[in-house]
Design a protein around this ligand. Structure first.
Ligand code: NAP
Length: 262
């Protein structure tokens, strides 16, 4: 049984999830690195977590699948010494094809619903039950949960309305679980990333380069792309219990994108 704290991070093979896993490694965590299919990327992420001072395991599982979610929790718990101190719901996908709101199809909606909202909801329900059965740690917590939403939870993009609606749903999921679990020693947080350089945004790099760097004022007051470690550092602060009296809190890690400016 390890004395290190433990985390399950979904979608941790690449992008933001990998950045989160590495920062948790720096904080001395053991991390279960979940991924959908890219085993080489997951192995690389684990090597980086170890190089940062942590340890962990990789677990393939499609969070849209009930059977996979069950196996994910079992394999992650076994690999982490029987305890999950932190769940980070990070895995998520963008629409394969952007479509105008008046033309958007059910196939895309159903795919995003299963991965971006239903999967995280039932995974959280399952992990929360396990956390409730865990002994409270030195800080008095049975666990912590972080949901990675998006500026799309409140920003309209009419060419990917499904993504926006489901991120808004994930934001409400944070509120619900925060309320339900507060008295049980489990705090729940939402992190709202802005525009972060990952594979997800690589297809629209030119558009965002223009908006962030070249337009006269810039779409974000802090004029640079976000990096996976920006999100990782925010999760690490939560993992190190810097916010013990906050639950349901929203962290805008977005270069100031959310500010209303005149
Ligand atoms: P990414 O680079 O495309 O990485 C996606 C990760 O999720 C990969 O590890 C992938 O695994 C995993 N994944 C995909 N489908 C999965 C499934 N069904 N089950 C389990 N894992 C799955 O994406 P990202 O940009 O890091 O985004 C991570 C999260 O941040 C998403 O929820 C996204 O909506 C959110 N976000 C991103 C941005 C941004 O600008 N990038 C902004 C706001 C919010 P494989 O490697 O095996 O494919």
């Amino acid at each position: 049984m390890t004395t290190l704290k433990t985390a399950l991070v979904t979608g941790a093979s690449r992008g933001i999830g990998r950045g989160v896993a590495i920062e948790l490694g720096r904080a001395g965590y053991r991390v279960a690195i979940n991924y959908a299919g890219n085993v080489a990327a997951a192995d690389e992420a684990l090597a980086l977590v170890r190089a940062a001072g942590g340890d962990g395991v990789t677990v393939q599982a499609d969070i849209a699948s009930a059977a996979d979610r069950e196996r994910l929790v079992e394999e992650a718990s076994a690999g982490l010494g029987g305890r999950i101190d932190l769940l980070v719901n990070n895995a998520g996908v963008a629409p394969t094809l952007r479509a105008d709101l008046l033309e958007a199809g059910e196939e895309s909606f159903d795919r995003l619903y299963a991965i971006n909202l239903k999967g995280p909801f039932f995974l959280t329900q399952r992990v929360a039950k396990q956390m409730l059965a865990q002994e409270a740690d030195a800080e008095g917590f049975r666990g912590r949960i972080v949901n990675v939403t998006s500026i799309s939870a409140y920003t309209a993009s009419t060419s990917r309305g499904d993504y926006c609606m489901l991120k808004a749903g994930l934001a409400m999921m944070t509120t619900l679980f925060a309320d339900r679990l507060a008295a049980d020693g489990i705090n729940v947080y939402e992190i709202r990333p802005g525009i972060i350089a990952t594979d997800m945004t690589s297809a629209v790099k030119d558009k965002y380069d223009q908006l962030i760097l070249r337009d006269e004022r810039g779409i974000t007051p802090i004029r640079r792309w976000g990096r996976p470690e920006d999100i990782g550092r925010a999760v690490r602060a939560i993992a190190e219990d810097r916010f013990p009296f906050s639950t349901g809190a929203v962290f805008d890690v977005d270069g100031g994108f959310h500010l209303q400016r005149l």
